[in-house]
Design a protein around this ligand. Structure first.
Ligand SMILES: Nc1ncnc2c1ncn2[C@@H]1O[C@H](COP(=O)(O)OP(=O)(O)OP(=O)(O)O)[C@@H](O)[C@H]1O
Ligand SMILES: [Mg+2]
Length: 424
């Protein structure tokens, strides 16, 4: 009998895109103290604490196991959760836990990580108020899973996914691509989508969707205490049957300086309200853009094939790898490829140093994009038969997990793969 959780996400395969962790909801704002005896368990707890799903928690890791815990809590109040590793034999474990119970607040939950797969011990621990017993070895998904099962409301509605788009440089088409993919998700799958235009001074979603709402994202972000699903609903402008927009004011009446987590609650509420939230993140790097990109379920980088884009894409990929150590790399879209007379880096050469393939390579088509933008229409409404519309639709499938991106048998992509392999 397995005393740890039965979850489909137990093993973390580095090659899997979501690593199974996307099934877990973010853990609420709780305090955690972990006491480990072995490096293996400490490493997994430390990885779990760095995960974006644990971003709101306040966690501290100590070596020294139960003894250290009892010593510490003589003088310090106990947190919401104690993770306790013990390699002691079952009877000794029970005995030594009684010392902890004397210093532990009754509201504190305790999870024991042991090294004995013992049913008797499990029953005794649960009978004595221990919340869960896990048997080492454990991995970070076991830890995030157990914490979620203790602190995430089981009645909570499913959480929508968030997809953040950012340009590697200004003007590369990140917003246009984000809006068109959002529109495609809403119309192809009849799924509710909210677009948040996070470019408050210059956002173009209002132009692209021909909307001029009186209120929008500024109201939400400047009065965070008011944000709930009802208030959010009032701020949304309906753009299409299943698509609504949290529009930017697109004015310079005031300056827009935000704290690192100013958008976090708004995005949480939106994710609780609809299955897909598309975040149109401006091309800038500050506390709140970094927080938004760190916490999104998917990040999409839009880049144009020239040198500054390549450098910035590389920097974004490297930095996001550190900020999202347990997530797959961001997706890449090459856009505005083939601008006449512009010296460009060939797509193969652009991707080679990045080590990822583009999800799509969109040609420069000023007539199509210009007329869509000028008329406040989506590309599909402007020229449904255009191959770019097919690319947008394919990306809508990929980003909603309906199809996985595999190297196609086309000469272009297989050539990229062999080239990437050769360069390693
Ligand atoms: N593939 C393309 N071919 C031609 N024009 C394009 C293409 N993609 C985007 N554009 C045009 O490029 C311009 C800039 O696009 P957009 O505003 O989406 O870029 P952005 O990366 O969001 O810019 P910003 O840095 O201002 O946020 C728009 O006029 C858009 O219509
Ligand atoms: Mg933009």
């Amino acid at each position: 009998m397995s005393l740890a959780f039965d979850t489909e996400n137990q093993s973390v395969d580095g090659t899997e895109r979501s690593m199974g962790l996307n099934a877990f909801r973010p853990v609420p704002r709780i305090s955690i103290q972990a006491f480990c005896e072995t490096d293996a368990v400490a490493r997994q707890i430390s990885r779990a604490c760095e995960d974006r799903r644990m971003a709101k928690t306040h966690a501290q890791l100590h070596m020294g196991g139960l003894e250290r815990a009892v010593e510490l809590f003589q003088t310090v109040p106990t947190p919401n959760l104690i993770l306790l590793e013990t390699s002691a034999a079952p009877r000794d474990t029970l005995q030594s836990l009684s010392a902890l119970s004397e210093v532990c607040d009754p509201s504190t939950k305790v999870v024991v990580i042991g090294h004995f797969n013992d049913v008797w011990l499990y029953r005794e621990l649960i009978r004595n108020g221990i919340s869960e017993y896990m048997v080492a070895p454990i991995d970070l998904s076991d830890i995030i899973g157990v914490i979620g099962s203790l602190f995430v409301d089981p009645e909570a509605k499913p959480l929508g996914s968030s997809i953040a788009f950012i340009g590697a440089k200004g003007g590369v088409g990140a917003s246009t691509v984000a809006h068109n993919i959002a529109w495609a998700i809403s119309s192809l799958f009849k799924a509710e989508v909210v677009i948040a235009d996070m470019d408050l001074p210059y956002g173009t979603a209002n132009i692209n969707f021909d909307q001029d709402p009186a209120q929008g994202i500024a109201e939400a972000v400047f009065s965070p205490e008011r944000i709930d699903d009802v208030y959010l609903d009032r701020l949304l402008a309906q753009c299409a049957e299943n698509l609504s927009l949290l529009a930017a004011p697109s004015t310079l009446d005031r300056v827009f300086d935000f704290r690192d987590d100013s958008f976090a609650h708004l995005i949480d509420v939106a994710q609780r309200s609809v299955p897909h939230v598309v975040l149109d993140v401006p091309h800038s790097w500050n506390g709140w853009t970094r927080t938004t990109l760190s916490r999104a379920d998917e990040v999409v980088i839009v880049a144009s094939p020239e040198l500054a884009n390549l450098r910035n894409t590389k920097n974004l990929l490297d930095t996001l790898k550190q900020l999202r150590p347990n997530d797959a790399p961001p997706r890449l879209i090459l856009n505005q490829v083939g601008v006449p007379k512009r010296p460009e880096i060939a797509p193969l050469d652009f991707c080679s140093p990045l080590g990822i393939l583009p999800m799509a390579t969109i040609p420069f088509e000023p007539a199509l994009f210009g007329s869509a933008a000028n008329n406040g229409r989506m590309l599909a409404e402007t020229d449904a038969a255009n191959p770019i519309v097919q690319m947008i639709n394919e990306m809508a499938h990929i980003l909603t997990g309906r199809i996985t991106l595999k190297p196609k048998k086309k000469p272009g992509l297989s050539a990229v793969f062999s080239k990437l392999k050769r360069k390693k």
